[in-house]
Design a protein around this ligand. Sequence first.
Ligand code: GDP
Ligand code: IMO
Ligand code: MG
Length: 435
Amino acid sequence: MPGTAIIGLQWGDEAKGKIVDLLTEQHEIVVRYQGGANAGHTVVTNGKEFKLSLIPSGIFRPHVQCVIAGGVVLDPASIIKEIDSLLKQNIKIGNNLLISNRAHVIFPWHNLADRIFNNIGGGEPIGTTLRGIGPCYEDKVGRALAIRVADLYQPDFKEKIENIVGVKNQLFLGLTNNCDNTMRIPGLDVELDAESIYKEYCGYAEQLRPYVADTTNYLLDAVDADKRILFEGAQGSLLDIDHGTFPYVTSSNSSGTGIFNGSGVPPHFLKKIIGVVKAYTTRVGGGPCPTEQSNDLGTQIRERGREYGTVTKRPRRCGWFDAVAVRYSARLSGVDAISVMLLDVLSGFDSLQICTAYEIDGQRIEYFPSLINDLRKAVPIYETLPGWKEEITAVTKYDDLPVNAKYYIKRISELVGKPVEIVSVGPDRLQTMFL
Ligand code: GDP
Ligand code: IMO
Ligand code: MG
């Protein structure tokens, strides 16, 4: 099985990091191909918890080559901090990490723009992670103001910075002059200084130099050599820029559609796509989430599941499993199988609910709406399932799960229309069952 992908099927934080770490054992290369330091992937090994943002979750197996491909937006300060922190914890990082020379680079103006535009369109804010992700992808698509990793090493890098800073300062100045006080962002009045940014980024460029490579060619060679490659999706399919809950999405193709443009690997190489879901729903940031429980139930799930953002520490919005949304994202991402995570969090409930359809304007709808205003109106239609009281974190065999837990998994599989192949009952590698 040369190519396998791990894709989140909800709004992110489905515990993709745990599954990538586990499956890395059977692979030679692990690739992050979209998103940036907005991702927070957790891996627990030998009782120790690691949080990763840009570095692939395969990094804990030293024989595996980790690749950050061209579709990622790279915050140099963030990745250098991450590398240093992992090195301090005795994790090997050297020639086992490659960073694409095509990846676009996040600069201070992207973080500033993220703070401004997160809130400027009126209505509910997108609630981004403020990591400069959207503005960096905007510049990538716009081309004229973009800087890629390879550009950091070119003789005209200084000139590029000067020109771009000139343009950005004018844009920010225009915004400051034209917006009323409610839109004023602390720090926005400070002019960007080309010289200091240039020096800062030259420093980063030197530190990152050993890792920078043409990862597209590297991966194409690996494809020709039939190497086993694992693709690590970031965010979740419902946050996909084209197919998610626009505009409450991230700025990359975070569904399965992003694997190929982000990595450069051709579609036919991929032999298996595993969709990762929580046994319930969480969402962090703005936008509708039909099954959200803004009540004691939601709080109970949040506390049992320790549902606080890995990157921003924000409390995650929690609710029941939404089979309408996941059926859509499983089809969109083309998944072959599902991995159901955090099943242990649902122990102790008398009964559980799964959303099987929506009611919108009095009509029963079984597909996921394309427009945000329809999704806002969606009232979930639930199927009620019996709960189970036992804690299941120590269960190691699927057959040993409570009958009602097995029934819950069976219904998820039936309603989503895909087989469940993995069930997770705790953060540790050992708390995983392969069906
Ligand atoms: P990712 O962004 O998809 O990699 O997910 P996050 O790391 O942001 O969030 C998943 C959280 O759930 C992490 O804190 C994991 O350690 C934890 N986790 C993973 N699997 C399980 C599980 O089966 N049960 C419980 N209780 N926690 C889990
Ligand atoms: P992982 O990989 C959950 C959400 C943000 C916001 C929206 C846009 O850990 O699953 P952005 O900063 O990307 O412009 O924010 O997307 N978001 C995530 N939510 N998990 C993530 O990553 C996320 N990355 C971005 O909260 O709603
Ligand atoms: Mg996360």
